[in-house]
Design a protein around this ligand. Sequence first.
Ligand SMILES: Nc1nc2c(c(=O)[nH]1)N[C@H]1C(S)=C(S)[C@@H](COP(=O)(O)O)O[C@H]1N2
Ligand SMILES: [Mo]
Length: 412
Amino acid sequence: MTTYSFNRRRLFTMTAYGALGAALPPVARSALAETIDLPFANGERQIAPAGTFPEKAAMIIHRTRPPLLETPWSVLGQHVFTPNESFYVRWHLGDFPTHVDIASYRIRVYGAVDALYEISLKDLAADFDPIDLAAVNQCSGNSRGRVEPRVPGAQWADGAMGNAMWTGVPISQIIARAKPRANASHVAFRSMERLVSMFPDKDIYEKVLPLEKAMDGNVMAAYGMNGEQMPVLNGSPVRLVVPGWYATYWVKMLSEIEVTTHPGEKFWMAGAYKIPDRPNGSIRPGETGVNYVPISAMNPRSFFSNAGTGDRISSGADFVLRGLAFGGNSAVRSVDISLDEGRSWEPASLGKDWGDFSFRQWSFRLPAGRKGKLAVIARVTSALGERQPLQAGWNGGGFMYNPAPRIDIEFV
Ligand SMILES: Nc1nc2c(c(=O)[nH]1)N[C@H]1C(S)=C(S)[C@@H](COP(=O)(O)O)O[C@H]1N2
Ligand SMILES: [Mo]
């Protein structure tokens, strides 16, 4: 198993990133011979071959400018730690820097504090105590393409997520040093990129956490990803990591940390990424009179990684079903398997525990000799007691999709 020791000296050996912009103009059609059929109507997408996007292997293209790139399930399902080169990519604003000057890069810490200051990358590595923490980064709209009735937005299959071992400095240390004032209640995180917009609220990517959440010791300014410098498309040189919460909060190319005295009022908090204030963010399609709140903690999910609907499997030998799960905002308590449409459940075996916020592998042995069709459902229960529903919930944003997955296979 790989160990992840991030060499902090590497931070200073890098002076600038490559000409990212060169990869972003429309990709030549001829380069995109390969396509993939995602598991929903109109799910055909092109695959960008390795190298089309900087530091990236072959990725499923949902959009090129700004990029929305999905990790193929054939890669994602096979790793506890998603390889950096295959990690999905999602940007909202087109105008993000193609070069970052490492020497002059600073994060400003200011607002309702007594000691505002700026952090260089050198300070970040030298003046604080870094941590390593495994955490799943998942887009709020992951699997949106599966939502019925269909909703607008990126039609992701299940590959708008990934797990990595993040290295960085807890925000609690950074904020403690700034000495927040007694009336401080929230922290706004902003990135380097700008959008030329008619709507001044929308021009900066700003996400806001309650101060208590920002100070939980897990939320961090990360510079390492799986023991390496993180790819520029995933937010180098520094991104926010908010273990247990949806990736919309994981601000990339972090440039400002403002301690404030109020919740987020700008577009990316007050306008977008809001869910019905209901259990699992779910309402009936078309339901009105619902209060909407900013999305926050993830719900639990499980996935099959070595079998899918339609597979024909030899009954001549035991077959070990394998998959991935995560608990959302807490650890995986159990993954349970049903072979009878959800009437009874048996626990799967869990793989190595990499921490509460990581993917966890699971496996379940089906003995040799079974013949014919079989429906298998996998359901995770989190340490907080949250359990995947058997039927998908729904909301107009296509957020928080998490029904227990089911596959229909046949033993021959
Ligand atoms: N600066 C910046 N950070 C951002 C975003 C963005 O548009 N700009 N998008 C957010 C959203 S919605 C997602 S899903 C994640 C995606 O992280 P990734 O591209 O590393 O996979 O980044 C988050 N952080
Ligand atoms: Mo997202």
